[in-house]
Each structure stands twice: as C-alpha cells, then as structure tokens.
Design a protein around this ligand. Structure first.
Ligand SMILES: Nc1ncnc2c1ncn2[C@@H]1O[C@H](COP(=O)(O)OP(=O)(O)OP(=O)(O)O)[C@@H](O)[C@H]1O
Ligand SMILES: [Mg+2]
Length: 448
C-alpha cells in the first residue's frame, strides 16, 4: 500500500485516477494544479507522483522540475494526450520516470504505477514506508528493467550456495553486485573477503589465497591463514579472476572440488566452508577458447552467470545515478547543490560512457567540486565530459596502447635488435616477432 500524489486540472480524470488507485489499495493525495501539488508536498511526501502534462499555469514539466529539485529520487509519471509523444520523450530525458498516454487502460496504468512504486521502494532514504526486505540491494541505484530482472535473479540465487560468476565491463558495478549477493545471503553476518587476483604478484598468490606456515619460504616469519580461511562460513569474492595464473587455476579447482585448503608448507589440508563469487571484465568463455583459462574451473565458477549491462545500454539509469552521486558527493564536499541546470542532464544522458558508472561518478564529482552555484550548468558537464570522457579507453584498448608503446621503447633502446629486445622482454624470439607483427612494428625502421 502506497501513497500517491495525483495532479490534474480535469476533476473527472482526477476522480477516475483516484478511484482506480483506491481500488488497488493505495491512498491518494489530490491536487488540481502544480501550485497546489507543491503545497501538498510540503505536508507529506508520497511514494510516487502522477501528473498531467498540459495544465494551465504551471504545466506538468515545470512541476516536475520543481519537484525534482527538492526530491530528485521521487519517481514521477506523466499523463500525456495522444499526439504529444515528442514532449513525453523530452520529459523522459529530463528524468521523468515514465509517461502514460490518455486515454489509458486500467491495467496499463497499474503496470506503470507498480514499476514506479518498485523503484521508489528501492530508493529508501527519504521515501516513507521503505521495504526492509529490499535493503540488500539499496546501494544499487537503478530503474532499468534489464537491471531489475538481473537483480531478481540475483536475489533468488543469493539464497543458495551456488558459485556465481559476474561478467561486465569495467565500472558497471560488479563488486557492488557481489556485495549485494553476500548481504542477501544466509552468510550476510559472516565475512566477505574480496581478493583482486590481478593485483597479487604471481609468486604470492598461493600463500595469499590459501595461507602458509611459518618457515614455508623466506619471509614467512609466522603462520598466515590466507583469504579462503578468513572467509570461512562467509563469501570469498575473486575479482579479476581471468588474471589468475594457470598454475593457480589448477590449485583453486582442487580447493573448490575438495572444499579444503592446504596452506603453503602445511602437511595436511583443512576443511573450509566458503561461497565463491567471482568477477571478470573479460569474457571468460573467450579466455577458455584462447587457452588462457581452464575450462573445468570455468564451469565450477560459472554455476550461475550474471551479466551487468554497460551503462550505455541502460540510459534510463543515467539521470537517476547522476542525482544520486550529486547528492552524496555534495555532502562529502560540503556543498549545497540542488540539481542540474536545463541541458546538463541531456548531455549526461547522451554521452558514450565507455567507463560506465564509475566514469559517470567521476564526471559528477568533477562537476560538484567545480560548481559555484546551486545548479550544475550544462557547460560544466560539457567540460567535465570532454576532459576525461572522450579520452577514456577501454581496458583492452589501454592494454594494446601500452603494449605498443612498450615495444617501441624496447626497439629504440636496442636499435632494432630483435634478439636483444626479446631478451629484455623475457620472451622468446618467435613470440616477440608475433608481438611486433600484431602491432605492425618493423624492427628495421629502428636500426640506427
Ligand atoms: N547501480 C549503481 N548504483 C550506485 N552506484 C553504482 C552502481 N553501479 C556502480 N556504482 C558505483 O560505481 C563504481 C564502480 O562500481 P564497481 O567497483 O562495483 O564496478 P566494477 O564492475 O567492479 O568495476 P571494475 O571492473 O573497474 O573493477 C563504484 O563506486 C560503485 O559504487
Ligand atoms: Mg571491480
């Protein structure tokens, strides 16, 4: 049961809406103009607002702007007459949750209302009557149907101990989802141990993951339990799993099969009870096909696979996320920002976002820091976007670029002597020639 603010200058429509919503068990607050709606909002905050677009005086869009500045996360549905679709699309770009064309069918109305209510329940914070059962995913801000579907799947599988593999481009929220899965599970009160497999030097991976006994190797001055044992009864999050060296993949597979770990230098293994969530921004199937990842381990990890869509494929989330970041960041920087100036959100909504949500967060942070007024102007968004947006490379492209620069440097240092360059790079000559060929580099052109 929710509280819904309905705004329409047509008393007949107001009554119709109100009857239908009461019938579904909701309570309504009614207003016959934008100004009246704003006055009611001062008294009590609804879960969602439904407003007519065309009204004398303040129209629906102006009302939305005013409400949005004060309650950026309140979902607003717009009623539009047939034939005003372009206005409606424009409204969506500004962050209106959705539109309902008049005349409407009761079922269509309720579908949109329920969708808006679902979102309002997950936003928490300043919404009344939030649903405690949804707190596991409260950090994940979204209104995208694709994300909603993914989250309900995640919710289901979180209740089991099945291994989950999360795939998604860099910055799409893989770690956030892993944490949500853990907090939704029966293991929520036990530790979640996150390991970045790409960040641990190869020779230390085994002891980091499984621990070691004192004296197992030089530098092992005391026993160390390792990440798996620390995560006992809880969850281990293996981030960047594709970076795990092949030799370690074999050992990890054994641990998952036997459910026991043997610390480096220990005589006997011991049991561990750990739920495994792993993540990768490369497609693990491709890594398997390329022979860089063991197929048997892949199947062990990927009992359930979840794929986070890139931000560009869920543009309806951009305005919502932008407001969320604006609010939290202006608190952090002790600023009193209230919203985005006209045009600013459109710019954010149409940008490319190769770095996904993290990049959006960075752009908003830059705006918040540099903003001098209470609204973030479009010009500031523009410059924040172009200073880092356009140049933002995907990880694969960044790797390629790095590799090419690195090879060029080697060839310069060695005056194009491939044998010497290969030696410095610790690659055999055949591999090294293949690398040069991949980047279309000719050693001859580096000869003095
Ligand atoms: N739906 C979301 N709602 C709120 N914040 C989000 C959302 N998705 C991502 N973020 C934020 O964006 C940032 C990046 O998210 P996260 O670290 O989970 O991404 P990732 O996929 O693990 O990235 P990477 O591949 O680079 O490690 C974090 O600060 C996270 O809090
Ligand atoms: Mg991550």
């Amino acid at each position: 049961m929710a509280r819904i603010l309905i705004v329409d200058d047509d008393p007949a429509l107001l009554r119709l809406l109100s009857l239908r919503l009461h019938y579904e068990g909701h309570t309504t607050i009614e207003a016959d103009s934008g100004a009246a709606a704003l006055a009611k909002l001062d008294l009590e905050l609804p879960n969602i607002m439904i407003t007519d677009l065309r009204m004398p005086g303040m129209d629906g869009l102006q009302l939305f702007e005013a409400v949005h500045r004060r309650f950026p996360l309140l979902p607003v549905l717009m009623l539009t007459a047939n034939g005003t679709i372009p206005d409606a699309v424009n409204a969506m770009q500004r962050g209106v949750f959705g539109y309902i064309t008049k005349p409407f069918e009761g079922v269509d109305l309720m579908r949109d209302v329920n969708r808006a209510l679902e979102v309002s329940a997950t936003l928490g914070a300043d919404m009344p009557g939030e649903d405690a059962g949804e707190s596991w995913r409260e950090a994940i801000i979204t209104r995208s149907p694709r994300m909603e579907k993914l989250l309900s799947e995640a919710r289901l599988i979180s209740q089991s101990d099945a291994s989950v593999l999360i795939h998604g481009e860099s910055g799409t929220g893989k770690e956030l989802l892993a944490r949500a899965l853990h907090s939704s599970s029966a293991r929520a009160n036990e530790p979640l141990v996150a390991v970045n497999c790409g960040a641990i030097p190869e020779n230390l991976v085994e002891s980091e993951l499984f621990g070691h006994v004192k004296g197992a190797f030089t530098g092992a001055v005391r026993d160390s339990v390792g990440m798996f044992t620390s995560a006992h009864r809880g969850t281990i999050f293996l981030d960047e799993i594709a970076d795990l060296p092949i030799a370690m993949q074999v050992k990890l597979l054994r641990v998952l099969q036997e459910r026991e770990v043997r610390p480096v230098g220990a005589a006997k293994p011991h049991k561990v009870d750990v739920r495994v969530i792993s993540a990768s921004n490369r497609k693990l199937e491709d890594e398997v096909a390329a022979g860089r990842f063991r197929e048997d381990l892949f199947y062990r990890l990927n009992v359930v696979g979840l794929t986070l869509p890139p931000l560009a494929d869920r543009r309806e989330d951009i305005a919502l996320l932008a407001h969320h970041f604006m609010r939290t960041l202006s608190q952090r920087y002790a600023k009193t920002l209230t919203g985005f100036a006209p045009g600013a959100l459109e710019q954010l909504s149409t940008a490319a976002w190769p770095g996904n949500v993290r990049q959006l967060q960075n752009v908003v942070e830059k705006c918040v820091v540099l903003c001098t007024g209470s609204l973030i102007p479009a010009s500031l968004v523009q410059s924040a976007l172009s200073s880092q947006g356009a140049e933002m490379l995907t990880l694969d492209d960044a790797r390629k670029e790095f590799e090419r620069d690195y090879l060029t440097q080697l060839l310069k240092i060695t005056n194009g002597n491939v044998a010497q360059a290969a030696k410095l790079a610790r690659r055999n000559r055949t591999d090294f020639y293949a690398l040069l060929a991949r980047h279309q580099l000719e050693s001859a052109s580096f000869k003095a």
